[in-house]
Design a protein around this ligand. Structure first.
Ligand code: EPZ
Length: 422
């Protein structure tokens, strides 16, 4: 297994290009199952999760061609050979469950493995099932698989979700595009990735309104046609790299960044004493003085502070002046980066869903282990600011969500390299 060696090397300066959003691409790709005509995605990120979703769609019989070094995905699901998403693939990537709604809507049947737990939590699918059953689907759990049927097709309905689940919103909206009649989805998730999905579905002929708000209304249509769609910028990669100059000092411009994607995150950075300004090419980030101020963070569904930036923000708070309290309200076990940061000299106390961080003057490099996607990059951020060398192992977690992380950080002056595993 590869590892990444980071050596604290002072302030960072320069530009970092931000890629297309992993979490938008992972819901846009299954949307190809809704139409027999081709769907082409541009600005796709080059990530292992995208390759996993490609393999899943191909296992169903869809054609997926990765062009222009992976930045263009040309897909077609004219003839499928299977409606089953196998455990072996779903186990690796929960987002595989996003084929459920499209398969049900277009073919009236789907067999999708329950994803099983993952490092950050149990991650059940009850909200997906409740929403699709509201549209008339019959769903039964057998041998760890959800067996879903909609023999007479799906029917529009009014449905309120108990929690604003991102994935459940995506599955229900995609299914509703081909249901008979009108669907009103209440307490829908408002993430930019959902707005991006709806914009793509609309290009395919779907009739949808209200994306980005808590109530999304979908008028079912008989069929959807093909389209070409550019994947929205990745707000989590954006926020992650905004923290690099914040934790190291210097000034970095994030190309393609948009303030509207990271409003609540920027508010916290400003409170911590980090400057963020819009430029013609993106966002420019610099730190006002030596140490940032400690700020408290509560993770919430969009537009609140993103749970996917909690680990990275914790790394910054480890070096802040004062004590910060980070409350993780979305996942039940998303502090596995904390003990690894403590190995680097951080002072963190975790009690249930709350982590209390007392900033220290200087982190010290150490061998640490990545446990999940966002934890892995928080350890790299800490390593950039630490004195000495930090080796982050199990970086396959990193490859799931960050393309060319070594090249991007080297480009702004970081001392970082990838060490090939045995
Ligand atoms: C999406 O996961 C993202 N993944 C996650 O990003 C992100 O952390 C999460 O949304 C929250 O923003 C993709 O988009 C591929 P949820 P998703 O359904 O859809 C519970 C990353 O690092 N829940 O909003 O799975 C669930 O257990 C990943 O890029 C139910 O109880 O998130 C969790 O506690 C990690 N029942 C909470 O809701 C359900 O049926 C949020 O889940 C569904 C979810």
């Amino acid at each position: 297994m590869d590892s990444i060696l980071v050596t604290g090397n002072g302030p960072l300066n320069g530009q970092i290009p931000i890629a297309g959003a992993k979490n938008a691409c992972l819901t846009l790709m299954p949307a190809t199952l809704l139409s027999e005509e081709p769907l082409t995605l541009t600005n796709a990120p080059r990530l292992s999760d995208i390759r996993t979703m490609t393999a899943l769609l191909q296992s169903l019989g869809a054609e997926v061609s990765s062009l222009q070094d992976g930045q263009v995905l040309a897909m077609s699901s004219h003839d499928l050979t299977s409606h089953t998403a196998d455990y072996e693939i779903v186990r690796k990537m929960r987002a595989s469950n996003l084929v459920l709604g499209p398969l049900l809507a277009r073919f009236g049947e789907a067999v999708v493995s329950l994803p099983g737990g993952c490092a950050i939590g149990a991650r059940p699918m009850d909200l997906h099932v409740e929403g699709l059953e509201a549209l008339g689907a019959e769903i039964e759990l057998k041998d760890g698989y959800l067996h879903a049927k909609a023999p007479g097709g799906l029917k529009g309905a009014v449905h309120e979700m108990r929690f604003a689940s991102v994935g459940a919103t995506e599955n229900i909206v995609m299914a509703a595009t081909l249901a008979k009649g009108t669907t009103v989805l209440k307490n829908a998730a408002r993430e930019p990735e959902i707005v991006d999905l709806v914009e793509c579905l609309r290009k395919m002929g779907a009739q949808i309104a209200g994306e980005g708000t808590s109530t999304i209304e979908i008028q079912g249509v008989d069929r959807l046609h093909g389209a070409t769609h550019q994947v929205v910028t990745d707000r989590i990669e954006l926020g992650t790299y905004m923290l690099a100059p914040a934790i190291c000092g210097g000034e970095v411009e994030l190309l393609g960044g948009r303030m509207s994607l990271v409003d609540s995150f920027v508010a916290k950075l400003n409170a911590a004493g980090v400057n963020v300004t819009e430029t013609n090419n993106g966002l420019k980030v610099s730190r006002k003085n030596g140490r940032v101020n400690a700020v408290d963070v509560v993770t919430e569904p969009f537009p609140g502070f993103p749970t996917d930036l909690q680990a990275q923000m914790m790394a910054l708070m480890c070096t802040a002046e004062g004590t910060s309290v980070l409350e993780e309200r979305i996942f039940e076990n998303r502090f596995m980066h904390a003990p690894e940061l403590v190995r680097m000299g951080a002072s963190i106390e975790v009690h249930g869903g709350t982590a209390t961080v007392t900033g220290v003057d200087q982190l010290k490099g150490a061998p640490v282990m990545a446990t999940d996607l966002r934890a892995s990059v928080s350890l790299i951020l800490a390593g950039l600011a630490a004195e000495g060398e930090t080796t982050v192992s199990r970086v396959y977690h990193l490859d799931r969500g960050y393309e060319h992380v070594v090249r991007k950080l080297e480009g702004v002056g970081a001392k970082i390299e990838r060490i090939k595993g045995q």
